[in-house]
Design a protein around this ligand. Structure first.
Ligand code: NAD
Length: 337
């Protein structure tokens, strides 16, 4: 049983903890945070399913004073586990790394950390083998994770030469009031970091694109234009996506009209918090443009990186040595086809 700890019990950390708890070959030892945040209060009020450790021992009373039990410190948690999943606020992971190094504990960082925090910039499908045995992995961001799933699937099937994407990016997660409610669109400088990240992991693909922020919390939408080595038809692309366990093909005709339909559907399925591990591609959005092909995909930003992080544990801990075996195990435990 591989022992896993989670640092930072926020949007991503809560979901990583659930993800680990569902892997039958892993044990979630506990989660660490610094204060009685709403997710920590929810953890407490729903029966303290996971043991809580504090990353700020001098502020432990903030938790204990209101009855929240604390099982130890982050430093103690780091010593109890084989691997830490660091989902703290961007930049904190780099500081926590000193602790992980001190106790020779492996760690996986999330997209908000700088790339140099890790030995390998990791994606379960695109470069699993690079992560095998590595001490420090960094996951791609939510958009990049979903984007790479799709581009890698096409690349492995027919070879991708070039892609140009437009990302309609969700500006905040539900409850992120500190980001402000801006009823406006905001354009970023090109190329977007997702394309640069894609090229770091898949250097043979020439990627570029534009990102526009939008005041929406349920998902990003990306519309990649992909140049393949040989022309690919809509039917061929559909077959590639349908065969991918983490890509769900949906149809406008069936009522999947946009990002909100997918969020509601996940909720109707009974998925915890309306989480969805799959990215969705709209069948009717797939269209050829000359020799290129284009499509629209939805990225459930709160949960999309969970499967690839589980892959990261498998690679780093040498639980499985190939992407096929590693991703298949993760998929099995997260109920992906
Ligand atoms: N929110 C998303 O949609 C999303 C998607 C993919 C990746 N990410 C990445 O995941 C990481 C976490 O983002 P988030 O949205 O979950 O942030 P968040 O603000 O929701 O959660 C961060 C948590 O870390 C805690 N924390 C702060 N300092 C800590 C410390 N020293 N030790 C332990 N806990 C500490 C905070 O109290 C908070 O609960 C970032 O790198 C982010 O870029 C976020």
């Amino acid at each position: 049983m591989i022992k896993v700890g989670v640092a930072g019990y926020g949007v991503i950390g809560q979901r990583l903890a659930d993800g680990v708890a569902w892997q039958k070959d892993m044990e979630l030892v506990g989660v660490a945070d610094v204060a009685p945040t709403l997710p920590i209060r929810a953890l407490y009020e729903s029966g303290m399913k996971y043991r809580l450790y504090t990353a700020l021992p001098e502020k432990k009373h903030l938790l204990t004073d209101i009855g929240i039990p604390v099982s130890g410190t982050l430093e103690e948690l780091v010593q109890e586990v084989d691997i830490m999943l660091d989902a703290t606020s961007a930049g904190i992971g780099a500081k926590n790394k000193e602790l992980y190094q001190k106790y020779h504990t492996k760690a996986i960082f999330q997209g908000g950390e700088k790339n140099d925090v890790a030995d390998v910039f990791f994606h379960g499908y695109a470069n699993y083998e690079k992560g095998v045995g590595a001490d420090y992995l960094k996951l791609t961001s939510c958009n990049t994770t979903g984007l790479i799933r799709a581009i890698d699937a096409i690349d492995r099937a027919v070879g991708v030469v070039k892609t140009a994407i437009t990302i309609i990016r969700r500006v905040a997660d539900p409850g992120d009031y500190h980001r402000g409610l801006t009823n406006a669109l905001q354009v970023d400088k090109a190329p977007s970091h997702q394309c640069l990240d894609l090229m770091t992991i898949m250097p043979h693909v020439d990627a570029t694109g534009i990102l526009i922020h939008t005041p929406v919390t349920h998902g990003h939408i990306i519309t990649p234009v992909v140049s393949t080595r040989g022309k690919i038809s809509k039917e061929e692309l559909l077959a590639i996506f349908n065969a991918h366990p983490r890509i769900k093909v949906v149809r406008l005709e069936d009522g999947f009209l946009g990002n909100a339909s997918l969020f509601k559907y996940a909720r109707d399925l009974g998925n915890k918090r309306g989480d969805m591990y799959e990215v969705a591609v709209w069948e009717e959005s797939i269209v050829n443009s000359g020799d290129d092909i284009m499509f629209a995909m939805n990225i459930p930003q709160e949960s999309v990186v969970i499967p690839e992080t589980m892959d990261g544990i498998r690679a780093a801990m040498k639980m499985q040595l190939t992407r096929e075996e590693g991703t298949a195990e993760t998929n099995k435990y997260l109920w992906m086809k």
